[in-house]
Design a binder for this molecule. Structure first.
Ligand code: IPM
Ligand code: MN
Length: 368
């Protein structure tokens, strides 16, 4: 019997529904080709729903989503809603309630895509950021006293437990191994490393020189877990230096693991090096539960309804979903198709692609 997947779809706001439609087109095509099928159940949550009903998410949203095989999210954000409400009330709430403790963000420059990095090409910009996704500063632990006065004190704490750090780092080591199961290893590795049996490199991005408690913990756990992965070379970079190397020598990175806030910041920089938000996909992963895949760009209100937004990030997120559903061949086919379609586009920027949103979706689907 062929496999059947139940997907919860949250198209969300702005251009979210337009890009999600293209991702679904590609998923259906991949299913036909590789012998599986889907049913999609759409949920209305987002800025428009909040403005109409006063509700961000219903109380049982996470319980409802847990019954699906995966969640496919477009974009949440509406300029008419005060910053923080939708982010905390929908996106972060789902990440936390579904315990999606990894935010996996591949950084990949596709062929023919323009990068602002001089003299760098697709062979140089191809790595993965494993961002811890449910802890750190994002827990919101802290408080404020005497707000609105000159005596105001505000605290927001970076909170990590050993267990939280360990599960994230272990996932990152597994990711490093997995990336190299098929390809020849070379990234960040010297001839001696390879002769010593190393197949991949994992870099811990931290701030051990200042955040000595939190990154003292991360660093200790990193080297403890590393003992279980002798085939992975370990490296360490402070976060400020990481941003420098991401621009100067991105080819040095293979897999980067980092805390929530650093991962948030470095992946926007990373997205720019891969040619913008148009191709930047991500997955909020709970390896033991239900995961949620999304383009990492926002709702792009000014392009809404014009059919000009680039759907490749959403299509790439759909490809990541296939991989996590266990459909590795279909996932590889989606990625391969994206890599061909970028060579037929004038630009990755909205309105400058030389194709409409749905034409780009058709091109990818046609190559699966
Ligand atoms: C992201 C976003 C979110 C984050 C915001 C919208 C809360 O920037 O997915 O990177 O900070 O995680
Ligand atoms: Mn971000």
């Amino acid at each position: 019997m062929s496999k059947h997947y139940r997907i919860a779809v949250i198209p969300g706001d702005g251009t979210g529904p337009e890009v999600i439609a293209e991702g679904i087109k590609v998923l259906k095509k991949a299913g036909e080709k590789f012998g599986f099928s889907f049913d999609f159940t759409t949920f209305p949550w987002g800025g428009a729903h909040y403005l109409a009903t006063g509700e961000t998410l219903p109380a049982d949203a996470a319980e409802t989503l847990k019954k699906f095989d995966a969640v496919y999210l477009g974009a949440i954000g509406d300029p008419k809603v005060k910053p923080g409400i939708l982010e905390k009330g929908i996106l972060l709430k789902l990440r936390f309630d579904l315990d999606q403790y990894i935010n996996l963000r591949p950084v990949k420059l596709y062929p023919n895509v323009e990068t602002p990095l001089a003299n760098k090409g697709p062979e140089d910009i191809d790595y993965v950021v494993v961002r811890e996704n449910t802890g750190g500063i994002y827990t919101g632990i802290g408080g404020v006293s005497q707000q609105g006065t000159k005596n105001e004190v505000a605290i927001q704490s970076m909170v990590y437990s050993y267990a939280q750090v360990e599960r994230c780092i272990r996932f990152a080591f597994e990711q490093a191994k997995k990336r190299h199961s098929k390809e020849a290893p070379w990234r960040g590795l010297s001839a001696e490393d390879i002769a010593a049996g190393k197949i991949a490199q994992l870099t811990l991005c931290g701030k051990t020189n200042v955040l000595t408690y939190v990154f003292g913990l991360w660093e200790r756990v990193f080297y403890e877990v590393a003992k279980d992965y002798p085939e992975v070379k370990t490296a360490y970079c402070h976060v400020d230096a990481t941003t420098m190397w991401m621009v100067k020598n991105p080819e040095w990175f293979d897999v980067i693991v980092t805390c929530n806030i650093f991962g948030d910041i470095i992946t926007d920089l990373a997205a720019m090096t891969q040619g913008g938000m148009g191709t930047a996909a991500g997955g909020n992963i709970n390896p033991e539960g239900v995961s949620m895949f999304e383009p990492i760009g926002g709702s792009a209100p000014k392009y809404t309804g014009k059919g000009v937004i680039n759907p490749l990030a959403a299509i790439g997120a759909a490809g990541m979903m296939l991989d996590f559903l266990g459909e590795a061949d279909a996932a590889a086919a989606v990625d391969g198709a994206i890599a061909k379609v970028t060579t037929r586009m004038d630009s990755m920027a909205a309105g400058k692609m030389g194709h409409s949103t749905s034409e780009v979706g058709d091109l990818v689907a046609g190559l699966i």
